[in-house]
Design a protein around this ligand. Structure first.
Ligand code: ATP
Ligand code: MG
Length: 486
């Protein structure tokens, strides 16, 4: 969403608070409107206001929660952030339960306002806007607005129109296969076949036959002729995935095919032409493999004529909210259920994590969460226990959550105070009878307890005494429970 469309409606009758909030938000590039009564706020939404509403609970004419209910009826596209400031956690809890985006104490407005409002806008991204954000990405199905990824596409531009061999590098789950498919689909061979060989998943003894095919009688059990992947990829593209796992004998054979552009089936005499474009991918450091004598240097140079490196997700953390919304929409469509909105605290937690398994790990976490989400809002309580455990472990070890200069840098940090635990508790309690799918994924008491303990620890900044106090149990009980959780 362009900055010019980032409109915020402030609803507060205190001119001082309004002036402060306006200054903060304008400084961050938001457009701000102010109204001083609840009725005026409702009128603005019925007149078509779309954006984020920051709403005081105490207004001269109407109760803030009544304004919120009216706004909800008028539009589902206006996330509401409540201003409480009266120390009322009960009220805060009930606003979140009824679908408010977030709430904040007036005393903390200066610290949190811009961050919370920014996250609320992230949550508003629709499919169209997601598509818009990725409009500059030349490949379908790839969601990103990271400058590093754009640089990847710019450099690939030169390789698309040719037959050049491309080596795609990057950690596991960064999208190497997706990029390989894109290179093929946008190149001159797009109408030819795209054939994949995963060098890691086929046993070495079978890989040669798989690549080059065989003639009848080439070995015991070869009852007929079988075409290899090289032949299948004729006039198309052969994608050699996990190329770093290729054993030396096959490295030599592959090199020969690349140099001579011809090969023979196993047990065959005929020399066949290989008009094949080769793409390969690896998550290994091939220079190290070469230096250690495990990978042939000459083959390395042949494969790495053109190299692209996909950055890990932690180096483009601005992509996390975008990918979260993308996968939430995808999974909801696949499961034929309404698209839930991701609440601020869940989004902050997702964005603060380092994602060692990159986009694939994020996709898995979101798939789980969408299926287990109980209502129209996806909260921390819907995130899988193993993910919360991983977050707690990273924070507990004192390691800073991985962040970079991406879109979310500076936002977030440890989610705020007791409200965090309350919000997760609130979301763990379904307000209505569950559907069959929900029942299948209904968390057990132990799972809810585990998630709640981890949420309390995160809220307490990993301080066990404070977490125990939040949970209303003794430190010893908390230690025992943590031990039981393993
Ligand atoms: N930028 C992206 N936008 C949308 N989906 C993505 C993006 N990057 C990766 N994915 C999705 O994440 C998953 C992992 O991607 P992919 O299989 O291409 O990664 P990989 O680098 O080949 O991983 P591995 O090394 O584990 O094989 C896939 O489901 C893919 O569709
Ligand atoms: Mg892969």
């Amino acid at each position: 969403m362009a900055n010019s469309e980032r409109r915020v409606l402030l609803v507060d009758d205190d001119p001082l608070v309004c002036a402060l909030m306006e200054e903060l938000l304008v400084g961050e590039g938001f457009e701000v409107e102010t109204v001083v009564t609840g009725q005026a706020a409702i009128d603005r939404v019925s007149d078509g206001f779309r954006g984020v509403m920051v709403l005081d609970v105490l207004l001269p004419d109407l109760d803030g929660t009544a304004v919120f209910e009216a706004v909800k009826d008028l539009s589902s596209d206006v996330p509401v952030v409540f201003l409480t400031g009266y120390g009322s956690t009960d009220l805060a809890l009930s606003t979140i339960q009824s679908g408010a985006f977030d709430f904040m104490d007036k005393a903390h407005v200066a610290d949190r306002l811009a961050e919370v409002v920014g996250t609320a806008f992230d949550s508003l991204m629709t499919r169209d806007e997601l598509a818009g954000a990725s409009a500059e990405v030349p490949f379908e199905g790839i969601v990103t607005r990271s400058p590093q990824m754009r640089a990847v596409f710019r450099s690939l531009d030169n390789a698309l129109d040719s037959k050049v061999t491309v080596l795609i590098r990057g950690e596991s789950g960064t999208g190497k296969e997706l990029i390989a498919t894109g290179i093929h689909a946008h190149g001159p061979r797009r109408d030819g076949p795209f054939v994949t060989v995963n060098c890691a998943s086929i046993p070495e003894s079978l890989l040669e036959a798989e690549l080059f095919g065989y003639e009848r009688g080439a070995f015991t059990g070869a009852h007929g002729r079988k075409l290899g992947r090289f032949e299948m990829a004729h006039r198309g593209t052969l994608f050699l995935d996990e190329i770093g796992e290729l054993q030396p004998a096959l490295q030599a054979k592959l090199l020969r095919v690349i140099q001579e552009r011809s090969f023979q089936r196993l047990g065959g005499l005929q020399t066949l032409q290989a008009d094949v474009r080769i793409l390969s991918a690896t998550n290994r450091n091939l220079e190290e493999e070469v230096a250690a004598g495990r990978f042939r240097e000459d083959l390395y140079y042949r494969l790495a004529v053109f190299t692209v490196h996909l950055p890990p997700l932690r180096e483009r953390s601005g992509d996390v909210p975008l990918l979260v919304n993308h996968f939430v929409a995808e999974v909801a469509r696949r499961e034929a259920r309404p698209v839930p909105r991701v609440d601020a605290r869940a989004m902050e937690l997702l964005a603060s994590y380092g994602w060692p398994g990159n986009v694939r790990e994020l996709e898995n976490v979101i798939s789980f969460a969408v299926v287990s989400a109980k209502g129209s809002v996806l909260t921390i309580a819907d995130l899988p226990a193993h993910f919360l455990r991983a977050v707690a472990l990273v924070r507990g070890s004192g390691e800073a959550p991985h962040r970079d200069g991406g879109g979310l840098a500076g936002r977030g940090g440890p989610p705020g105070g007791a409200a965090y635990a309350h919000a997760s508790l609130a979301a763990a309690v379904p307000a209505r009878a569950a559907s069959a799918v929900e029942l299948r994924h209904f968390p057990t008491l132990a799972e809810v307890e585990t998630q709640h303990i981890l949420a309390a620890l995160a809220a307490a900044g990993q301080n066990k005494s404070r977490a125990a106090a939040l949970l209303g149990i003794s430190r010893t009980t908390l230690y025992r429970k943590l031990e039981e959780m393993g």
